[in-house]
Ligand binder design. Structure first.
Ligand code: PEP
Length: 253
């Protein structure tokens, strides 16, 4: 028995496939996952394939409890935005969740806090559940600025939406220095930030799921999930390996 049985929040494991896979690889991966993840579970599992595979993935997970998410969304509703995909389109393609403000988009595509806030609102307008990613760089952590940075990332959304709408959102704490690097935050570091994020959420704090992301693997998932304020994980690399992914889903279950 783990913490999932004594918290009101349902544990959530989200696989961010990033720009990986193809129809064949995705089908093999999901077939393996679904063989061991049948019926209903206490933990909720979401996979986020690249845009072109959303429909195919929807077909592959049909009849299972696995849900569909996207990795990004446009802040605009529609119009002349070449190459962009709207929240309504994602909802139309059966997505329930969308990752917002992933650090790779903040760093590589230059997404600003303001843009992230606009994307968050666009997702909610289409009844998608935004998974808002926040987290500090190594330099910011070494300078002791991590809580300030994360506070600002949250505040830039709160200033548009207030806090109540977070009852229909998920927050993911992803220290930039831990994503894809094999380095994981220590339980103490994760606890400090998750507790801080929950405090910032004010009146809805107790219902919002806060995920940890950053080199979560089967060997460290259980220790992280045992922490009171960690409600699951956002996974990159581990979500591409069926065995690893399943072990983490089971640790959350
Ligand atoms: C991520 O990309 O959100 C992530 C957490 O990646 P990884 O698990 O590979 O560190």
């Amino acid at each position: 028995m783990n913490k999932a049985s004594n918290t009101k929040r349902r544990q959530l494991v989200v696989g961010n496939w990033k720009m990986n896979g193809n129809r064949c690889v995705n089908a093999e991966l999901l077939a393996k996952v679904m063989t061991s993840w049948q019926g209903e579970h206490r933990a909720e599992v979401v996979v986020c394939p690249p845009y072109p595979y959303l429909q195919h993935t929807h077909e592959l997970i049909a009849g299972s409890s696995i849900l569909l998410g996207a990795q990004n969304v446009s802040e605009a509703n529609d119009g002349a935005y070449t190459g962009e995909v709207s929240a309504q389109m994602l909802a139309d393609l059966h997505c329930k969740f969308v990752i917002i403000g992933h650090n790779e988009r903040r760093r590589m595509q230059g997404e600003t806090d303001e843009q992230v806030a606009q994307k968050f609102m666009a997702a909610q307008r289409a009844n998608l559940i935004p998974i808002l990613c926040v987290g500090e760089s190594l330099e910011q952590r070494e300078n002791g600025q991590h809580l300030t940075v994360i506070g600002q990332q949250l505040q830039s959304v709160f200033s548009h939406t207030g806090r109540a709408v977070f009852a229909q959102a998920v927050v993911a704490y992803e220290p930039v220095w831990a994503v894809g690097t094999g380095k994981t935050a220590t339980p103490q570091q994760a606890h400090e930030v998750h507790h801080f994020i929950r405090e910032q959420l004010g009146e809805v704090a107790e219902v919002v799921r806060i995920l940890y992301g950053g080199s979560v693997k089967a060997h460290n998932a259980e220790q992280l999930f045992a922490l009171t304020d960690i409600d699951g994980a956002l996974l990159g690399g581990a979500s591409l390996d069926a065995e690893e992914f399943l072990k983490i889903c089971k640790a959350a279950d």
